[in-house]
Write a protein that binds this ligand. Structure first.
Ligand code: CO
Length: 201
């Protein structure tokens, strides 16, 4: 029994159109993947890594979670990161947040949402630490500024992971990028210079 026939139909059309342009596309990809980039982004359905960067399958390794958070004890993220850095030898790790992030908003709205409150707790804590700056802003400006601060904080967290630290230690070139995406116009923006070496503590 085939469920969700509309998705299989879209898949059939997509596969067909790719092979029409390049008959060997899937055969070549099947042999190996050599992405240059690791994307760490939000799970939000409106922020799909491949489409917004115009990259095809095989070009970007992807990890997504609610509010693009980098937690030092998250074995899921660390496993993805280690595989990408140690085996795939990606040179660029992109932390990409987005304006209007529901996860970031949930972290500071004072309501209970379930398990995700635990996941978002350190964004809540960061907002408290930056209260002076944030309290000057309107509600939507505040969320959007927090989305930016969150990206920068996660890029710094990432630079302090053992995986990235070890890679830099052995001389591997890795650049951590802090990007934010606008749902309003589909544009990416860079928030800071890439981090390419250990931060001063
Ligand atoms: Co989000």
């Amino acid at each position: 029994m085939q469920t969700l026939p509309e998705l299989f139909e879209k898949n059939r059309l997509w596969s067909h159109s790719v092979r029409e342009k390049d008959p060997d596309f899937f055969k070549n990809l099947e042999a190996q993947q050599t992405p240059k980039y690791l994307w760490i982004g939000c799970s939000d359905s409106r922020v799909p890594a491949n489409q917004i960067t115009g990259l095809v399958p095989g070009e970007i390794f992807v990890h997504r979670n609610i509010a693009n958070v980098v937690v030092q004890t998250d074995l899921n993220l660390l496993s993805v990161l280690q595989y990408a850095v140690d085996h795939l030898k990606v040179e660029h790790v992109i932390i990409c947040g987005h304006y209007g992030c529901g996860g970031v908003a949930a972290a500071v709205d004072g309501n209970r949402h379930g398990l995700v409150d635990n996941w978002l707790r350190h964004i809540t804590n960061m907002a408290r630490r930056r209260e002076d700056e944030l309290s000057e802003l309107t509600e939507s400006e505040r969320i959007n500024r927090l989305c930016e601060l969150n990206v920068e904080a996660q890029a710094q967290n990432l630079s302090r992971t053992t995986v990235i630290g070890d890679a830099w230690e052995r001389g591997q070139s890795i650049h951590i990028h802090s990007w934010i995406y606008s749902l309003a116009d589909g544009m990416l923006n860079s928030l800071a210079e890439p981090i390419s070496k250990p931060l001063e503590e």
